[in-house]
Design a protein around this ligand. Structure first.
Ligand code: ADE
Ligand code: ZN
Length: 329
C-alpha cells in the first residue's frame, strides 16, 4: 500500500492554517481585500519567521468573514486531508476568527462548519472534530470568551479546549481560569507548549493547565526527568515534525527528537499543524519518518493506535474510525 493511501489519524491541525492559498486568494478577490503581500511569487504563503507567520496567518483570516466562508473552508480542508488518507481529523477552531469571540456569532459559524463536516463524512469518509482554541498573544480576557464559547457549545463535535499563538507571551497560569472553566464543562484539554518554550514552559503548562495532550512538546527532550514524567503521566504529544523543521524549531529531520521521545516511552502522534504554510501533508510527514527513522507500517499502525486512543471524540466515533482504518488496510 502506498504511504499516501495508508489510513491516518491527525490530531493537530489549525483550521485557518490549513486553508489552501488559492482558496484564501479567491475569497480576497471576491471581497476586494488586498492581501497580495502575504503571498510569494509562486502563490504560496510568504513569511520570514514564526512571529511573521502569525501575522500572515491573521491577515489570511481577514478574508474569512461569514459562516458560508467557513462552510466552504471545511470542504476544502477535508478534501485535501482525505486525499492524503486522513480518516479522522481534530482541528483547532478559534472563535476569535469566527465572529470575534461573540457567542451568538460563534454558534452560526459552528453550525456551518458541522453541516459541511457531516457532508464530508458521508461523501469523503473522513470524520472531523473540533477543539476550541484561545490565542495566547490575544491575552487572558479573550481566552475567557473563547472558553465560554467552548463550554456553551460542547457536544458531539466540539470536544476540547486548547491554546495556540505566541508561546513566549505570558505564562500558562495567566490562562488557568479559562482552562479550569473548560475542564469543568467537560471539555478535554490540550495546549501548545515546548515548540518555542523550553522544558520549563512544558512543566509549567502541565502543572497549571493540566493538559492530557501537549501540542509539540518537543523541547521537553532537553530535560530527561520531564520526559519521564510525561511518559509516566501518559500525556500524549501532538508532534508536528515538518512544521518544526520548516520553522527552524529544530535544525533538520535527523535532529528531530520524535524518535528519542518515543524510545523513552512517550506517546507520540504526528500531525501537519498548518500544512500549506509549511509545505507539508500527512503523506510527506510519513515519507520523512520512513526515510529518516526507517519507520514502517508497524510504526505507522502504532501511531494510528496512539492517536485514536488519544482522540477527544466519543467512543462510538472512535469505534467507527477504527473500523474504517481496518477496512482500508
Ligand atoms: N497557530 C497556528 N500554528 C501555530 C503553531 N505552530 N504554533 C502556535 N500557534 C499556531
Ligand atoms: Zn499548532
Amino acid at each position: 500500500m502506498s504511504l499516501r493511501s495508508y489510513p491516518k489519524v491527525e490530531l493537530h491541525l489549525h483550521f485557518e492554517g490549513a486553508a489552501p492559498p488559492p482558496f484564501i486568494r479567491g475569497l480576497a478577490k471576491e471581497k476586494s481585500i488586498d492581501i497580495s503581500k502575504i503571498f510569494d511569487e509562486h502563490g504560496g504563503y510568504a513569511y520570514e519567521d514564526f512571529d511573521h507567520f502569525l501575522k500572515v496567518y491573521e491577515a489570511a483570516c481577514t478574508t474569512l468573514q461569514t459562516p458560508e466562508d467557513f462552510y466552504r473552508l471545511t470542504l476544502a480542508v477535508l478534501e485535501e486531508s482525505a486525499s492524503h488518507g486522513v480518516v479522522y481529523s481534530e482541528t483547532f477552531l478559534s472563535p476569535d476568527f469566527c465572529g470575534g469571540g461573540d457567542l451568538g456569532a460563534w454558534r452560526e459559524y459552528l453550525a456551518a462548519i458541522t453541516e459541511a463536516a457531516d457532508q464530508a463524512e458521508r461523501t469523503m469518509g473522513i470524520t472531523l472534530r473540533g477543539i476550541i482554541t484561545c490565542i495566547r498573544h490575544f491575552g487572558p480576557e479573550k481566552a475567557k470568551a473563547a472558553a465560554l464559547c467552548a463550554a456553551e457549545t460542547m457536544g458531539p463535535f466540539i470536544r476540547g479546549f486548547g491554546m495556540a499563538g505566541a508561546e513566549l507571551v505570558g505564562k500558562p497560569k495567566d490562562f488557568a481560569y479559562s482552562f479550569d472553566m473548560a475542564r469543568e464543562a467537560g471539555l478535554r484539554i490540550t495546549c501548545h507548549a515546548g515548540e518555542w518554550g523550553g522544558p520549563d514552559m512544558v512543566a509549567d503548562t502541565i502543572r497549571d493547565l493540566r493538559p492530557e495532550r501537549i501540542g509539540h512538546g518537543i523541547n521537553a527532550i532537553k530535560d530527561l526527568a520531564l520526559v519521564d514524567q510525561i511518559a509516566e503521566q501518559g500525556i500524549v504529544l501532538e508532534v508536528c515534525p515538518g512544521s518544526n523543521v520548516f520553522l527552524n524549531a529544530v535544525p533538520s529531520w535527523q535532529a528531530h527528537p520524535i524518535e528519542k521521545l518515543r524510545e523513552r516511552g512517550v506517546k507520540v502522534t504526528v500531525s501537519t499543524d498548518d500544512p500549506p504554510f509549511f509545505h507539508t501533508t500527512m503523506t510527506a510527514e510519513f515519507e520523512h519518518l520512513a526515510k529518516t527513522f526507517q519507520w514502517n507500517e508497524d510504526d505507522f499502525a502504532e501511531l494510528n493506535k496512539t492517536a485514536l486512543e488519544a482522540a477527544f471524540c466519543d467512543d462510538e466515533t472512535r469505534a467507527r474510525v477504527a473500523k474504517r482504518i481496518e477496512d482500508k488496510l
